[in-house]
Design a protein around this ligand. Structure first.
Ligand code: NAD
Length: 495
């Protein structure tokens, strides 16, 4: 069985621990590799390599850093097909969607190529008489990135291009379910000229994560994953004196007003609900239909669902399998819960006939109407191809529903009424909002992050907030002696 090693100081490293994880191809339901699980000693070795690389990388000129970023960008653009194959093999999403996630990650690399501009400080001449004040941004040191299974290439790319551009060195802990993307990326960064030790990868489970949270190792943690774990990461990292941004789970609502274009809404609900088999933190999982639109909207969604081809992502299909058997079974179990809770199952994805191996972890698109808001199906993040419909009588009732969710990652409103959309963007308590756009993932030069239990910490990913997160600011107050001086004055200089 192929072993996926760690990547430390510019090369593969099997680590010291005996524990291994199993990596599957979910489209065939078979183990295809095992992955080394890091113990504390491996984490310490990786962090030490990153610490050793830090002084030289910090002193590397902005021009040199940006030329490496540009080279990485070019190589990634040329060879992204290889990475897409890796993603599809371990995650299951279809190749076009794997390419889509790489392209969204590439956007962050593009953005980070502008590092000389983004790292500029400020300068005020004569803040007080003959006194100048200026600020500069310096890197933190070794930073830790912990990522989820659902975007094995893009989510690490939300962080590491910015962290490296800012002069930090990095230790990434990818999901143990699809660990190969990070290894491929590490080799490509080396090829682009990144010095050894600047980018390291350790694999593993909670042991590896807890190792990174150790007070004396990395300076900051950027985490993306499910909410209970994000909260734990946030609290533990903060207690251990680290800077932390922990992006958590989601339950994204699409509010449909009666004046909306129902064909556009149906297309959007299907694309956003079932793309990547619903394993996206920005997937739409609840359609909130303001009556009287629900019946005709459901008919249109159902019609479109019948055209979705489920199967092996390497074939020409629209939707692949779920990531593991356990996850597939858990997602499918919500269909029974919905029935027990009195909802009506419009399309049951368990009846799917996939174009793929019988052992794959299949679940077809599922549509559930009249989901009671007291049901677990409404309350919990399902993270699969299950779209719920909740019927409401008014905009106000829909808004109240969205605002009472524990999550606040993404939401969308569909309407042709500009006034209603404007009111929604102002009143809704969610971090990322789409207006007639179902998956409003901000472009890289804005920042990505939700509200409430979808983000713990103060900084979102990439954009200017990303550069702020990965740097610390110094402010210098300076006076060069000239023949005059103000004499003794025990107050603050003010003018
Ligand atoms: P997960 O929380 O199970 O795992 C995320 C990371 O945490 C992985 O690297 C994993 O190894 C590690 N981990 C797992 N259990 C742990 C534990 N007990 N203690 C410490 N670390 C642990 O998440 P997942 O299933 O890989 O990914 C799906 C989740 O990620 C969903 O909840 C989804 O909404 C969320 N997500 C959120 C965003 C966002 O931007 N808010 C983006 C992508 C995914």
């Amino acid at each position: 069985m192929k072993l996926i090693s760690h990547w430390i100081n510019g090369s593969e490293n099997k680590g010291t621990g005996a524990r291994r994880g199993e990596v599957y191809n979910p489209a065939i339901g078979q183990q295809i590799a095992e992955v080394a699980f890091a113990e504390d000693t491996d984490i310490a070795v990786a962090v030490k390599a990153a610490q050793a690389a830090f002084p030289a990388w910090k002193e590397t000129s902005l021009a040199k850093r940006s030329s490496i970023m540009f080279r990485f960008r070019e190589l990634l653009e040329q060879r992204k097909g290889e990475l897409a194959e890796i993603i599809t093999t371990e995650h299951g999403k279809v190749i076009s969607d794997a390419l889509g996630e790489i392209n969204r990650g590439l956007e962050v690399v593009d953005f980070a190529c502008g590092l000389p501009h983004l790292l500029k400080g400020e300068y005020s001449e004569n803040a007080s008489t003959s006194i100048d004040v200026y600020s500069m941004k310096q890197p933190l040191g070794v930073v830790g990135i912990i990522s989820p299974f659902n975007f094995p290439a893009m989510v690490p790319m939300w962080f590491f291009p910015v962290a490296i551009a800012a002069g930090n060195t990095v230790v990434v802990k990818p999901s143990e379910k699809d660990p190969s993307s990070a290894m491929w990326t590490a080799a490509l960064l080396k090829e682009a000229g990144l010095p050894d030790g600047v980018f390291n990868v350790v694999h593993g489970d909670k042991v590896a994560v807890d190792g990174l949270l150790n007070p004396s190792l990395v300076k900051s943690i950027s985490f993306v994953g499910s909410t209970p774990i994000a909260q734990y990461i946030y609290e533990t990292s903060a207690k251990n004196g680290k800077r932390v941004q922990a992006l958590g789970g989601a339950k994204n609502h699409m509010l449909v007003l009666p004046d909306a274009d129902l064909d556009l809404v149906a297309d959007s609900a299907v694309n956003a609900g079932f793309g990547s088999a619903g394993e996206r933190c920005m997937a739409i999982s609840v359609v909130v239909a303001v009556e009287p639109v629900a019946d005709s909207l459901i008919a249109k969604i159902k019609e479109r669902m019948a055209t979705i081809k489920v199967g092996d992502g390497r074939r020409s299909c629209d939707m692949g399998p779920l990531v593991t058997k356990q996850h597939r079974d858990k997602v499918a179990s919500y269909i029974d819960i919905a029935k027990q809770d009195g909802a009506s199952i419009v399309v049951d994805g368990r009846d799917v006939n996939p174009d793929g191996d019988a052992n794959g972890y299949w679940l077809g698109p599922t549509l559930i109407d009249k989901v009671p808001t007291s049901s677990k199906v409404y309350q919990e993040e399902i993270f699969g191809p299950v779209l719920s419909v909740v019927r409401v009588k008014s905009y106000e009732e829909g808004l109240q529903l969205i605002n009472s969710s524990q999550f606040g990652n993404g939401t969308a409103i569909f309407t042709n009424d500009g006034g209603a959309a404007r009111r929604f963007q102002h009143e809704v308590e969610v971090g990322m909002i789409g207006i007639n756009v179902p998956i409003p993932v901000p472009v890289a030069y804005f920042s990505f992050g939700g509200w409430k239990h979808s983000l713990f910490g103060d900084s979102r990913a990439h954009g200017e907030e990303g550069f702020r997160f990965f740097t610390q600011t110094k402010v210098v107050t300076s006076r060069w002696l000239d023949p005059s001086h103000g004499g003794i004055n025990l107050g603050f200089p003010q003018n």
